[in-house]
Design a binder for this molecule. Sequence first.
Ligand code: URA
Length: 231
Amino acid sequence: MSSASAEQRREQLVALFEDVKTCTKCPLHETRTKAVFGAGNADADLMFVGEAPGAEEDRQGLPFVGRAGQLLNQMLDGIDLSREEVFIANVLKSRPPGNRDPQPIEIEACRPYLFEQVRLIEPTVICTLGNFATKLLTGNPAGITRVRGTPQVHELGGRTVFLLPLFHPAAALRTPAVKETLREDFATLPGLLAMGPPAGNDEPVEQSLEDEPPDIEPEPLSAADQLDFFG
Ligand code: URA
């Protein structure tokens, strides 16, 4: 547990936000409109990590404000949570042009920001949304279709957390069965949150890469909706 108070951690998160806004550590700063730090409750128990901002997120400087974000709102609503109660972030804080895949140099530049967010927010559960965030944060190449819905225990940002891989909401928008699975996986979150932090076991659940089903990749999104800033 951190010795810093929630207020101190929030102040440090605001300072980190200022760093991210002006970050020039990778070439994406040349093409982005706004950096997308993340938004929600600075002291949230539950954190979501997506891939990277899309066009609308880049325009507004807020995460998941397109159609995928609307579905994320609906899923949260289904378990009586709102965006204001959780923290929503991405692996990359700047939009890759044309929503192309994040490049290694961009991931390396942004990775410390995400881990610092985890350290300061102190979530007990982190949901990775889609293949990209899941593979990066689990350190395991197993695809999302295989690992989704089963909590793992990992040490991230100096904290032992439950990591719950979920389908990306963009994939759920495309495929009704994926949406239903996402809803079912969301329904497990209240129980996982009620367990509190995992007891220091940083061993991820064993994964076999044999017979891996094909992955369902997210697609770029653009439409807008609302979001507050972190508070
Ligand atoms: N997709 C993501 O992965 N992140 C966003 O913020 C929006 C869409």
